[in-house]
Design a protein around this ligand. Structure first.
Ligand code: NAP
Ligand code: ZN
Length: 359
């Protein structure tokens, strides 16, 4: 068994400001990699700038990261900043900004790096140090080495082959305070998918189960926020972030499985948010899993069984239509990917995959 979690995590109120010195220790000139606007509104960008200014760390801003960031965006940052003397990259935002930050940290370390570098496992995977400040509660990218990038040339999303773990993750639920309910729903279902896919995974072991069980217990306490049965307290926002972080620690060990594999083409073709695209396949994935393990996992997240879980997901995403030909396209892509077909903890042949892809 093997457990690798090289990220120093602070999960506490105002941790960006409180750990300014820890950031400053990592570099003298930082590139902040973020999305177009949300980090300006939720206070995360102000906190990062204040921390850098307090410690006299020079900084530049790249705020062009789109949702489901593309390799083109990563290479644009390389073109803009490769001569700027950047020695530290700070990702601020949702998974898109954090994933982009990791890839940017790689290409800035290797200025001639092009698209093929991102997907060539024989290349040097060293990168500039990365700090991550998450502002959504789904991807856990702040504690994974993964960077999922859109490949327009292939009409889907493909993770970079190099694993770039952040050095420091600064996690503060306050950045979720004014996040739209839909964003909380989508990203929190993504976290749940990570928790389930990491355990129902061919690579799962006792360590994965340890982080996933802790994550599921946190997640269970926030379920009623998603169904709007109550509004989120500050403690709930912290728990949402923590579930996502623990889920990230789980997939950092095992990777994801079939719902994620099936989701990527859907996100590309239908512009569905990542968590929603994954969540659509989650009930059928659990249905295909061995009953005893599935029921135990459902109970950890506060569900009495599969029927209640399917109704819960249906209530969140019920109106989302996925055309038959789209399900066919994604089914065929995954059926043709031997590694993905072997990613679950239980045997999956084309018949089983069909039950998951077509619901
Ligand atoms: P996201 O794509 O990062 O952000 C979605 C939207 O939410 C953006 O419009 C963003 O605005 C906005 N936003 C972010 N934080 C906000 C806040 N606190 N309040 C209000 N709006 C906010 O969403 P995500 O679900 O977190 O990330 C999805 C990406 O992560 C996908 O590409 C997925 O494949 C990837 N992913 C990575 C991993 C991993 O291990 N690395 C795991 C799962 C998924 P701005 O654009 O203005 O910032
Ligand atoms: Zn995900």
């Amino acid at each position: 068994m093997h457990f690798y979690m090289p990220v120093r995590v602070f999960d506490e109120r105002d941790c960006v400001l409180r750990h300014a010195k820890d950031i400053a220790r990592l570099g003298k000139k930082a590139l902040i990699v973020t999305g177009k606007s949300s980090s300006r509104k939720n206070g995360s960008l102000d906190d990062v700038m204040a921390a850098l200014e307090a410690e006299h760390v020079e900084h530049l801003l790249f705020s062009e990261v789109e949702e489901n960031p593309s390799t083109e965006t990563v290479l644009r940052a390389r073109d803009l900043f490769s001569d700027s003397g950047i020695d530290l990259v700070i990702g601020v935002g949702g998974g898109s900004a954090l994933d982009a930050a990791k890839a940017v940290a790689l290409v800035l370390k290797h200025p001639g790096a092009d698209l093929s570098y991102l997907y060539d496992a024989t290349k040097d995977a060293s990168a500039l140090p990365v700090v991550c400040v998450p502002t959504t509660c789904g991807t856990g990218s702040e504690v994974t080495g993964v960077s999922v990038l859109t490949r327009h040339d292939k009409r889907t999303k493909i993770s970079m082959v190099h694993k770039i773990f952040p050095v420091l993750a600064l996690v503060d639920g306050k950045y979720l305070k004014n996040a739209p309910a839909e964003l909380i729903v989508n990203t929190s279902v993504d976290a749940l998918a990570h928790l389930y896919e990491s355990v129902l995974n061919a690579k799962a072991d006792d360590y994965t189960r340890m982080t996933a069980s802790a994550g599921l217990r946190c997640w269970a306490k926030t379920k009623e926020i998603l169904t709007k049965e109550r509004t989120a307290s500050q403690e709930d926002l912290d728990l949402l972030m923590r579930s996502s972080l623990l889920a990230g620690m789980s997939i950092a060990q095992s990777g994801t499985s079939l719902p994620h594999a099936l989701s990527y083409a859907l996100t590309y073709d239908l512009a569905l948010p990542h968590g929603k695209a994954v969540g659509i396949f989650l009930p059928a994935f659990l249905k295909a899993a061995p009953e005893a393990e599935r029921d135990e996992l459902l109970q950890l997240a506060g569900f009495s069984g599969l029927a209640e879980f399917a109704a819960f997901i249906g209530g969140l995403f019920g109106g989302t239509e996925v055309p038959e030909e789209e399900r066919r396209r994604t089914f065929e892509m995954v059926a043709g990917n031997a590694a993905k077909m072997k990613s679950a903890s239980f045997p999956v042949d084309e018949k089983v995959l069909e039950t998951i892809a077509f619901g």
